[in-house]
Design a protein around this ligand. Structure first.
Ligand SMILES: Cc1ncc(COP(=O)(O)O)c(C=O)c1O
Length: 321
């Protein structure tokens, strides 16, 4: 039996609204709705806080005073973890992929503002040994007398994913009939896994923002299996889910002019702010699939936040007008 935190904290502004995108629907020809998880908070904005409510409950129940996690230089997860940790009086320690820039912006600026302890590693070290690097950081914290708790990349493990099982329940209280399709960005897989573990809200389409299905299929399935084999997973329903290929763009964090054009489209038609790393790619997939005639009916776009990832990207935006 895998130990999964039995409590959760209340950090996010919930329930987040569901809104109909009338103008976008008219432009592309399907009924599009948005679940506004970009509104879970300001510092805490986005999907990560729902996972952190579960993970930090587990951490505090174990007496942790230091939270260690990892991510890219502009990781939303690291920023949300740092904010949540400070809200609870805990110390954030972050392992970041890359090299410290001269001047911080976006999520990194917030991490610095929050006084998170930053450790940097190369892309290769991050890919091959991030978990063991975090264990080394945890050991160092212990020798200093702290009680560390390590959260994996994206908060995507069995415990964190339960936040999204609850989110599926929240959605059904708002829209009991559900949707034909629910579209969400996939970066580390926990959000999709959590939704898959929840009630029937619609057929789930996960839009990968990097790598491909050979990487994410087993990752998402592993989280689902861990929850289903745990004490809190018995009888867990499974919402049908799939991974959508073809919208990763050139690589993680890299957005094509077409993706930027979709970001602009949403801003101009609906006043919705998307980002070039996650939600821009996922919305681009939605728009393209509808326009190609492959998707129709009532489609929910699960907005997972990420707005801070826009900052520092003005030069790219200027190229698409
Ligand atoms: C804004 C945003 N959207 C979507 C995702 C993807 O969620 P997950 O990591 O649970 O797949 C992330 C993080 O990876 C994110 O920061």
């Amino acid at each position: 039996v895998i130990l999964i935190g039995s409590r959760h904290l209340s950090l996010a502004r919930l329930p987040t609204p569901v809104q109909r995108c009338e103008r976008l629907s008219n432009v592309i020809g399907a009924e599009v709705f948005v679940k506004r998880d970009d509104l879970t908070g300001l510092g805490l904005s986005g999907n990560k806080v729902r996972k952190l409510e579960m993970l930090l409950a587990d951490a505090t129940s174990q007496g942790a005073d230091t939270i260690i996690t990892c991510g890219g230089i502009q990781s939303n997860h690291c920023r949300a973890t740092a904010v949540a940790a400070r809200m609870l009086g805990l110390r954030p320690v972050l392992l970041l992929r890359g090299v410290a820039p001269q001047v911080a912006d976006g999520n990194l600026l917030l991490n610095e503002l929050l006084g998170a302890e930053l450790h940097w590693c190369s892309a290769q070290a991050y890919r091959d040994e991030r978990d063991s690097l975090m264990m080394t950081l945890a050991a160092a914290e212990r020798t200093k007398g702290y009680v560390p708790y390590v959260i994996p990349e994206g908060g995507s493990n069995a415990c964190g994913s339960l936040g999204y099982r609850k989110a599926g329940e929240e959605l059904l209280t708002q829209v009991p009939e559900g949707f034909d399709r629910v579209v969400v960005a996939v970066g580390s897989g926990g959000t999709l896994a959590g939704l898959a573990l929840g009630p029937q809200i619609g057929s789930l389409s996960g839009v990968m923002v990097c790598d491909d299905a050979s990487v994410f299929q087993p990752r998402v399935q592993k989280i689902i299996d861990e929850v289903r084999n745990s004490e809190r997973g018995s009888g867990a329903a499974l919402c049908p889910w799939e991974l959508l290929e073809g919208y990763q763009g050139p690589g993680y964090g890299v957005a094509t002019p077409q993706i930027w054009a979709t970001i602009r489209l949403l801003a101009e038609t609906e006043g919705l702010i998307l980002d070039p790393v996650y939600t821009g790619k996922a919305m681009h997939a939605l728009v393209q699939e509808v326009r190609a005639g492959r998707w129709s009916g009532r489609i929910l776009f699960w907005h997972t936040g990420g707005a801070y990832g826009l900052f520092g990207r003005g030069a790219e935006l200027a190229q698409v007008r």
